[in-house]
Design a protein around this ligand. Structure first.
Ligand code: PEP
Ligand code: MG
Length: 745
């Protein structure tokens, strides 16, 4: 690094710090900063563009362009060179701006006379805030060191913006973290909630980004890194499970990475404080995180991100060490969260908002089990929200209102009151049967997966547990649970069900449910891959152990077991034989056997609907796994936001298929139920009942609404509405049913 530039960038930072320390309104400060940067970098122009909203940038201050253009000139993300810098989060450095791809002439600014252009993103931990630009008349490319200096200045600006240094002028900045924001996401668990934000990873704020004592800062960094290494070694010594050890080893490797340390020391040399240097590297890693397609590399970058957070907390004394108290009505906000971490929070949460996630993710399964409203895919929420901000979570519409104004609050209060009233209505029919006006009784069971679900059996009025997903105990820990642990958990579940039927589904892993301790299979199409019963039959060790645990848990009482993802008769006979062998084995050991044994199959692939009659005779019952069945019927991935809602469950072809399955079960008198998510949607439940299904299993929260509707209708009417819609060639019967329902009040 040439000595001259080193001093220049440090000098520039020192001047910047002095300017920021001076009193003044936000706009005044911005003006002084652009003036100072242009002066220090010997350019005619320096401009700051900031995001007005998610995709519009606004010129907020300038030295050298027409001052009249300030707060007037705006551009869309990706538009012009400035828009390109913002979109790509990459600098643009050109000697001939007008001929550079993407250049857009803004007549009001008078910038056409400037040939050189250097623009860098203003971003904080991967969050784009704006663009900082210098321009000059002489046609020259800016040097590496000039680029570096501008990047560092941009970073300091981002830090200061975070601290509200520019509040007071300029709409774009003034409202940061203060204004009300409405954000859209996707519904993962219905329900409404109001409360205060609780950030899963608290934001660390760097209050002193600049330092002119590099020796002292280098020492602080080295000490913090050493401290961190000691604590990682300590954690490694105490770590027991393989996965945790692997992650900690990755941390240790990164914490000793010479490249990482050297880059941070260089940053300090150029005028940054130790924490700002850590954050600069972290920001870079986050930007890369968004562009790396390789899952393994992304995970390593995630590790580095976590390590940087720990280092930042050490250097600033913020974060976990602040001892901040969880608010009374916490709404958890995170980029993403693991199922075990979510279980740790438990039912204390009123709502959850995630930036990432999918409807089938483990975190979603846990949130559903705990009946906490969850909205996922809410872009930017973890950077926009601050701890303690008031927020409304609308898990019916998939909308989040952050810092809402009074009008929104009032409307939402009405919505919550309506919700509470509906809950009262459902509670009043809790002990009534789900009997239609024509006298048909539909059995409503609940789906479960955790011990924590069992109290819902009583509260919801469910007849039993129609689907107990056993994979959560395997997914939320880092090693295979032992037989004894499983047996005691299943026994507790059976006990809590207090005589009601519990249908245990054997381990359904693979596809999106990857066990942390299982070697990930590199499959081109995991949903169609080695999953569920296929794994159980090919590698029987875990399934056998699970079957033994179930037999022991039954403790001489009745036992109901079903096998997931059966695609042909032979898979069912194979699994069934395996269970019978375990029964014989337990008998040989002198263990008590279940008093009754029901063995069922999940119908989740269209092939099984066409299985030989013998399959329907052999199965004690069949449960339609509608989530999977629908994705294979329409060839539309249930995890893919683009297509998962493309085909309606009430599509006449799908309903005809369900009807056909019911007919085959009626022929052999095989009990059949439907346990996919759609069973819990009132209109869908109605249509399924009209197709002949007499047993549905759903989330506990859905039992009330479904029962309420079923009790108000005559299935013969629904049937004729469907018949008519089909005769008219309707693609889906939804409009006809909805229309008919409106006439029935
Ligand atoms: C289904 O596929 O409908 C089902 C109930 O199983 P899971 O959602 O666990 O795959
Ligand atoms: Mg399934």
């Amino acid at each position: 690094m040439p000595e001259r530039t080193e001093t220049d960038s440090r000098k520039l930072l020192r001047r910047l710090q002095a300017t920021l320390a001076e009193a003044g309104e936000g706009q005044e400060r911005l003006d002084r900063i652009t003036n100072l940067i242009a002066d220090s970098m010997k350019t005619e122009v320096c401009s700051v563009y900031l995001f007005r909203d998610a995709d519009t940038l606004e010129l907020c201050a300038t030295e050298g362009l027409n001052p009249e253009a300030v707060h007037q000139t705006r551009m869309k993300l990706g538009e012009g060179l400035v828009g390109r810098v913002a979109r790509s989060a990459q600098p643009i450095n050109t000697a001939d701006a007008p001929s550079t791809r993407g250049f857009r002439y803004m007549p009001e600014t008078g910038e056409e006379v400037f040939s050189s252009f250097l623009g860098v993103p203003i971003q904080r931990l991967g969050e784009a805030l704006g663009v900082l630009v210098v321009q000059s008349k002489d046609a020259r490319e800016f040097s590496e060191d000039e680029l570096y200096a501008l990047e560092v200045v941009a970073m300091v600006l981002a830090e200061m913006a975070e601290l509200g240094a520019f509040v007071g002028e300029g709409e774009a900045l003034q409202q940061r973290h203060l204004n009300q924001v409405m954000m859209r996401g996707s519904v993962a668990q219905e329900g409404v909630a109001a409360g205060q934000i609780w950030l899963h990873e608290p934001r660390v704020v760097v209050t002193n980004p600049v330092s002119d004592d590099p020796d002292a800062e280098r020492l602080r960094l080295q000490e913090a890194v050493q401290d961190l290494q000691v604590s990682i070694d300590d954690m490694l010594r105490r770590a027991k499970d393989r996965e945790q050890i692997q992650v900690l080893e990755a941390y240790r490797m990164f914490s000793k990475s010479k490249g990482w340390l050297r880059r941070m020391e260089d940053d300090i040399e150029r005028g940054l404080s130790a924490e700002a240097a850590v954050e600069k590297e972290q920001s870079l890693a986050r930007t890369r995180l968004g562009t790396v397609p390789d899952a393994y590399l992304r995970e390593r970058l995630q590790d580095l991100d976590d390590l940087s957070n720990r280092l930042l907390r050490r250097l600033t004394g913020q974060g976990a060490e602040t001892g901040a108290e969880m608010p009374e009505n916490p709404i958890l906000v995170a980029r993403s969260i693991g199922p075990a971490e979510l279980l740790d929070y438990g039912r204390s949460l009123k709502g959850i908002i995630l930036e990432e996630g999918s409807v089938g993710s483990h975190a979603t399964i846990v949130a559903r089990a705990l009946a906490i409203p969850l909205v996922i895919n809410v872009n930017r929420i973890s950077t926009e929200a601050l701890n303690g901000d008031f927020v409304l979570v609308d898990g019916e519409q998939g909308v989040v209102h952050l810092r809402p104004d009074d009008t929104v609050k009032t409307a939402f209060r009405d919505k919550m009151a309506m919700h509470a009233k509906a809950q009262e209505r459902y509670a009043s029919i809790r002990n009534q049967p789900a009997q239609t006006l024509c006298g048909t009784e539909i059995r409503l069971d609940m789906n479960a997966g955790l011990m924590a679900d069992l109290p819902s059996l009583e509260n919801s009025g469910a007849s039993g547990v129609g689907l107990f997903r056993t994979e959560l105990q395997f997914l939320t820990r880092s090693n295979v649970p032992r037989r004894g642990e499983l047996a005691s958990l299943y026994a507790r579940v059976i006990q809590a069900a207090d005589g009601k039927r519990v249908c245990f589904r054997t381990l359904d892993i693979g596809s999106d449910k990857v066990l942390p301790y299982m070697k990930p299979q590199d499959e081109p199409n995991p949903a169609l891959g080695w999953r569920a019963i296929r794994v159980g039959l090919d590698k029987p060790g875990v399934m056998r152990m699970q079957l033994q645990a179930l037999i022991r848990a039954a403790n001489g009482g009745p036992l109901t077991v079903m096998f997931p993802f059966i695609a042909q008769l032979e898979e069912f006979t194979g699994a069934r034989d395996m269970l019978m062998r375990e029964i014989d084995r337990e008998a040989a050991f002198g263990h008590v056997l279940p008093s009754e044994l029901e063995i069922g199959a999940m119908l989740e692939t269209p092939s099984l609907a066409f299985a030989p009659k013998h399959f329907f005779e052999l199965a004690d019952f069949i449960s339609i796994g509608g989530n999977d069945l629908k994705q294979f019927f329409f060839a539309a991935d249930r995890e893919n936001e683009r297509v998962r809602r493309r085909y309606d469950t009430l599509n006449t072809s799908f309903l005809a298929f369900i009807e056909q399955i019911v007919a085959r079960c009626v022929e052999t008198e095989t009990p059949v139920s439907f346990c996919g998510e759609d069973a819990g949607r009132p209109i869908e439940a109605l249509a399924f009942a009209a197709m002949g299904l007499r047993s549905l299993s759903m989330r506990p929260a859905s039992i009330g609404p479904v029962k309420h509707l079923l009790r108000r209708i005559d299935l013969r009417d629904v049937r004729s509405v469907i018949t008519e819609a089909r005769a008219n060639g309707a693609m889906t019967v939804r409009p006809a049913i909805s229309q008919w329902l409106r006439t029935q009040s």
